[in-house]
Ligand binder design. Sequence first.
Ligand SMILES: [Zn+2]
Length: 394
Amino acid sequence: MEELSLLFLLLPVAALSGWWTGRRAALRSGGRRMTRLSSSYFRGLNYLLNEQPDKAIEVFLQIADIDRDTVETHFALGNLFRRRGEVERAIRIHQNLIERSSLSDEHRTLALLELGEDYMRAGLLDRAEILFSDLVKEGTLAPKALRHLISIYQQERDWENAIAHAGKLERATGEPMGRLIAQFECEIAEQQIAVGNWATARVHLRNAFGHEANSIRAGLIEARLAMANGDDVAAMRSYERVARHEPDIFIEVMRPLLDLYERLGERDRAHDFLREMIDRYAGVAPLLAKARMIQQELGAKAAGEFLLSELLERPSIKGQSALISLCMSEDASVSPEQAQRLLTGLGQINQRLVSSSPTYRCNRCGFAARAHHWQCPSCKSWASIKPIHNAAGE
Ligand SMILES: [Zn+2]
């Protein structure tokens, strides 16, 4: 009886100690899990540091089996491999992620996007295209997938699809795509011109202007088409319009435009337009072109006078050479007074060229200086400023 009561007395203790051992066990197993997790991490990290990426991958894939929260580790690792150009490893990691049934929809989409980027990097454009197209259809992360698709279609020179997807991206994000689409339309127009389909080329030019009203490239193609069509006046106007809109393009259109003025007998118009470009184009080309025209019309002397006065305003070495050859040409017949004036002018132009160019440069940061400094005013390094040895330097 005593033993029995003692036994009864012991029961709660046993229960308690059972609970206690259970809890201890749970704690211990949790602890062991954590230890296993971190030791795996360190093992994986160690493999990575020792340039054994395949062993590292195995270890990290096992971690994901243990703890699904470590999905971020997968993304970081996949990214790392792709950035290092180890695309096959990146693909393995991302494919492994996608195959996991436990993955959230959000993470799966992200993994698909990453896998698509891996395929692109590996040059597997058709696989990437299918993947991104599916993502666009699902509507998740569509803008990112659209951007990749546009880039794929550009690589494949599939301009029709590039246009369609740029339009979709614009509708999805509100980001203006007009200038890009205009370039794609111009690509198609040029392809069509190359195979003689002028009518189709014109349709795409109109589309290009629809997307970018002042498209320089479309303007240039338009001028070429007009010339091929025998419409010199339209070609001249197109060239003028693009150069007015974008003076930097002048150097590309100058030759055909001057030929057109010549053919159409539009000398006054040529003079006016060159004057306009002298004022708006930063280079010396329109000035030299106008000097050549003056030489044709009034002779080398008049052209020399014109060039000299203009070059005093905007010194240029190319301009100086042109001026010297004008004065040496046979029809110049320069008088001693004129020669004196010319030499004075050339001297002044030279002076300006020299004084406007820096004479010292820092060989550490490239800072240009007019005087010697022991310490570079820009990068603060010492004794790095050296004289420049070029045409205008010391
Ligand atoms: Zn410096």
